[in-house]
Ligand binder design. Structure first.
Ligand SMILES: [Cu+2]
Length: 103
């Protein structure tokens, strides 16, 4: 319960989304992005408690996103694989808010 509550607060108050308001508008019309979305970037930080990774990602044309630093939701397998400072390629879900795999 404590975890769920703090996760909800993080989602609502995420500074990443405040820094990148373009995501709200540009991220939505990505219905054309049918399959998994591939992207590349550098891991900036990992937050196992929140279940998020902060990645400085390259532009993602499928989502019409420019390069930026932002937080993504991530399952435990991705959290475990993420290393700060590491260059990675990763796969996003269709809406681009969650990293589903990371290499
Ligand atoms: Cu972004």
């Amino acid at each position: 319960m404590k975890y769920a509550l703090s996760a909800a607060i993080l989602t609502l108050a995420s500074p990443a989304f405040a820094q990148h308001p373009a995501h709200g508008a540009a991220g939505q019309p990505s219905a054309s992005a049918a399959g998994p979305i591939k992207a590349a970037g550098v891991v900036k930080s990992v937050n196992p408690k929140a279940g998020t990774v902060k990645i400085h990602h390259a532009p993602i044309p499928a989502l019409k996103w420019p390069a930026m630093i932002m937080d993504f939701k991530a399952p435990p397998s991705v959290i475990a694989a993420a290393r700060v400072g590491r260059s990675v390629t990763f796969t996003l879900n269709a809406t681009g808010d969650q990293v589903t795999s990371l290499q």
